[in-house]
Design a protein around this ligand. Sequence first.
Ligand code: TYD
Length: 133
Amino acid sequence: MKLKTISLPKFGDDRGALVVLEVGKEIPFEIKRVYYMFDTQLGIRRGFHAHKELIQVAIPVKGSCKFLMDDGYEKVEILLDNPNIGLVIEPMIWHEMYDYSDDCVLMVLASDHYDEIDYIRNYQDFEREVKNG
Ligand code: TYD
C-alpha cells in the first residue's frame, strides 16, 4: 500500500515558521470540519476505525505520533513528526494512532461533518467490506 502525504508550503525566517494550506491547492477536498487532539495520555492508542466515504488529512502541528494504516490487505506504519507534512486518510483505511509525544497536537482536516453512520468500528466488519464490497 502506498501512503499519500501532502507537503505544505513552509515559510520561515528569523521570527519563526509559518505553514499554509489552501483548499483546491494542497488540500484536494472542501474542508467541512477540523478537529485536533492534544494532551493524549502516555500509552494511549486511538482511532480503531475506517470511514466509508470521509477523506481526511492529519497534520502533527506540534510534536509527533505514529499511524498504523491498514487497507485490509497490508498494514503500514508511518511516523508523523513534521508540521508541514500531512497524511491523507482515504476511505476504507483502518487507522490507529499511538506513540503520541507529550507535546503532540494532531490536527485533522475532514471532508464532511461528523457522522457516526460513516464509521466502521469493528475490524471484522471492515475486512468483510474490503473483501466483499
Ligand atoms: P473518537 O471517535 O473516539 O475518536 P478516535 O476514534 O479518533 O480516537 O471520538 C471521541 C469523541 O469525540 C466521541 O464521543 C465522538 C466525538 N467526536 C465528535 O463529536 N466530532 C468529531 O468530529 C470527532 C472526530 C469526534
